[in-house]
Design a protein around this ligand. Structure first.
Ligand code: COI
Length: 355
């Protein structure tokens, strides 16, 4: 697909929100990218158009069988004016991994990156500059063929929208309290837990609702077979500092291969801190909390970056972590990652792509 991207500029520009209005995913920029797929033709007609509703046939397969994938990445404006994207290649590789799992045709990752580059540059005035803000890039693919037979769609649409964002959780970098989910599971090995597909998030809502009802911000997911081993927290990967070692669940097929997860592991190793990726049981964590060796816990994700955990609720008991305060290591990782992302700290791993 070597077709140039056609740009149809909007004449109707929206008012931009102030940094304190942002929240997460509430505002969208003036333009979006669209590209279509038809079997036989492949991906075609890449174009940037004014942000607008899309018209779909009610029989489009995405509505009935959930054939869809998405990604999330962030763009930043550095103090010297450079526009930087955080590890977009890794997100686009994962988009194609998810496409494969959901029987969606592969995208040309270079074309997708060029589309994001052109779209973000066109919308550069929308990138907020205040600490804790960024321009969230949401690429996604939907199955658009109007047909009710359960079979891969013969038509798709790849869309990229942009949203200026602040903190994902109201708590920001302050610790959240977590409900260890005893009944529902997020995903199982062999299923779609390691693909970024809508159903994983819809399936988690019921437990999230119950956790909120009981006064907890997020759910800690246990594995689907034994209900014993830690998987993820909310929509993030999860880490625990036990003694001098940082533990995180290994990628077992039902856990998302998070870009922030990978970045945190690489940062920790760079600092000479031991990291173990392995099975971690809830019993091991409870024991570590009781004997005082569990000193920090935090979630990692593109949206929240780092979300410290201040308390765990499991089987009728509350277990506090670091007396409910943000740990030194969590704060150090947050500062390092956001410093690299905003271009205020050196980027030893070459993670930032200048657009
Ligand atoms: C991310 O951290 O980017 C996520 O996956 C959360 C998203 C579903 C809002």
């Amino acid at each position: 697909m070597n077709t140039p991207i056609i740009v149809n500029e909007s004449t109707d520009k929206k008012a931009k929100p102030s940094a304190d209005q942002l929240g997460f995913g509430k505002y969208f920029t003036d333009h979006m990218f669209i590209m279509d797929y038809d079997s036989g033709l492949g991906w075609h007609d890449p174009r940037i158009v004014p942000y607008q509703p899309i018209v779909l046939d009610p029989a489009a397969k995405v509505f009935h069988y959930g054939q869809t994938v998405f990604e999330g990445m962030k763009a930043f404006v550095a103090s010297d004016g450079r526009i930087l994207l955080f590890r977009p290649e890794k997100n686009l590789r994962r988009l194609n991994f998810s496409n494969h799992r959901m029987s969606i045709p592969q995208l040309d990752e270079e074309v997708a990156l060029e589309a994001i580059r052109q779209l973000v540059l066109l919308e550069r005035d929308w990138i907020p500059a205040e600490p804790g803000t960024s321009l969230y890039v949401r690429p996604f693919v939907i199955a658009t063929q109007p047909a009710l037979g359960v079979a891969p769609s013969e038509q798709y649409r790849f869309i990229v929208i942009l949203s200026p964002v602040g903190a994902y959780y109201a708590e920001g970098i302050n610790p959240v309290s977590i409900y260890v989910e005893p009944e529902f599971v997020r995903a199982v090995a062999g299923g779609v837990g390691n693909a970024k597909t809508a159903g994983n998030y819809a399936a988690g809502l019921i437990a999230q609702q119950e956790a909120s009802r009981q006064g907890y911000s997020q759910v800690l997911w246990l594995d689907g077979v034994h209900r014993t081993y830690i998987e993820e927290v909310g929509s993030m990967n999860v880490f625990f500092k036990v003694g001098d070692t940082v533990l995180t669940p290994e990628l077992n097929g039902s856990i998302l291969d998070g870009v922030t997860r990978d970045s945190v592991i690489r940062l920790l190793k760079h600092w000479g801190i031991a990291v173990e990726q392995r099975r971690i049981s809830i019993a091991e964590l409870v024991e570590a909390q009781r004997n005082g060796s569990l000193t920090e816990a935090f979630g990692t994700g593109t949206a929240a970056v780092i979300s410290p955990i201040g308390e765990l609720y499991w089987q009728g008991e509350k277990f506090s972590v670091n007396e409910g305060r943000t740990g030194d290591l969590s704060a150090k990782i947050y500062d390092a990652l956001t410093g690299i992302q905003r271009g205020t700290e050196p980027d030893p791993f070459g993670w930032m792509l200048e657009l």
